[in-house]
Write a protein that binds this ligand. Structure first.
Ligand code: AMP
Length: 118
């Protein structure tokens, strides 16, 4: 008997077009779509197709993927018109604000961004 397939994450369902998403970029490794509850004029989530739950669950095998995502994030910020002023955020774990357990980079831009973040 085979084990039942693990249920898909919310973001896998968006990637697979099972639920709607405003997709702005995709390639063989990752997909980016607009956050449903944006915290800035530009608020895009960049998600690897591989369902890594949290950044701390990534392994050395994911090194190229993670580097690729950084470069894609920069490209998306440029595409959105904010190539020289954007912020990337990864919330790792519930106590750090993570609510969807499929690794994602928040790409935030389009307003002044204070430091430190809340
Ligand atoms: P985090 O809290 O870091 O896990 O970020 C999860 C993000 O996913 C939040 O900013 C949510 O607004 C966003 N989000 C939740 N559901 C959706 C959805 N269906 N489409 C797009 N973004 C979503």
């Amino acid at each position: 008997m085979t084990a039942p397939a693990a249920s898909k994450t919310l973001f896998e369902k968006i990637i697979d077009r099972e639920i709607p998403g405003d997709i702005v970029f995709e390639d063989d490794h990752c997909v980016a779509f607009r956050d449903i509850n944006p915290g800035a004029p530009v608020h895009i989530l960049l998600v690897p197709r591989k369902p890594i739950a949290r950044l701390c669950d990534a392994t050395a095998d994911d090194q190229a993927l993670l580097g690729h995502m950084m470069l894609v994030a920069s490209q998306i910020a440029e595409q959105e018109g904010y190539g020289d002023a954007y912020r990337l955020v990864v919330n790792n774990g519930a106590a750090a604000g993570q609510s969807v357990f499929h690794l994602h980079l928040h790409i935030i831009a389009g307003r002044p961004l204070k430091w430190p973040p809340g």
